[in-house]
Ligand binder design. Structure first.
Ligand SMILES: [Zn+2]
Length: 95
């Protein structure tokens, strides 16, 4: 039983490590300004002077800064989830 639990724990931790590595790689190239926060399609590179744009895919009109903020928030929530999954269960969950 102990061995089975240990094996499950190893698989679980490996999964978390893979997801964390994938997130880290993704984060390096994360286009917070260019990515449509509604449909997540990457739009064209925008000059700093361009304050708003419409997504070619879904048609949503974005304010540049608001769109970037929503994308960063979503990434933050993803990171929070990854960290939460990596933490051990609280004492109240232990037998
Ligand atoms: Zn879109």
């Amino acid at each position: 039983m102990e061995q089975t639990f240990g094996a499950c724990r190893w698989v679980y931790n490996e999964g978390l490590a893979l997801r964390a590595a994938a997130w880290k790689q993704h984060r390096r190239f994360f286009p917070s300004t260019r990515r449509c926060s509604a449909c997540h399609v990457k739009g064209p590179r925008l000059d700093v002077s361009v304050r708003g744009w419409a997504c070619r895919e879904c048609g949503v009109v974005h304010d540049r800064d608001v769109n970037a903020a929503v994308n960063v928030r979503d990434e933050g929530m993803l990171l929070y989830w990854l960290v939460a999954m990596a933490l051990p269960l609280g004492r109240h969950h232990r037998r």
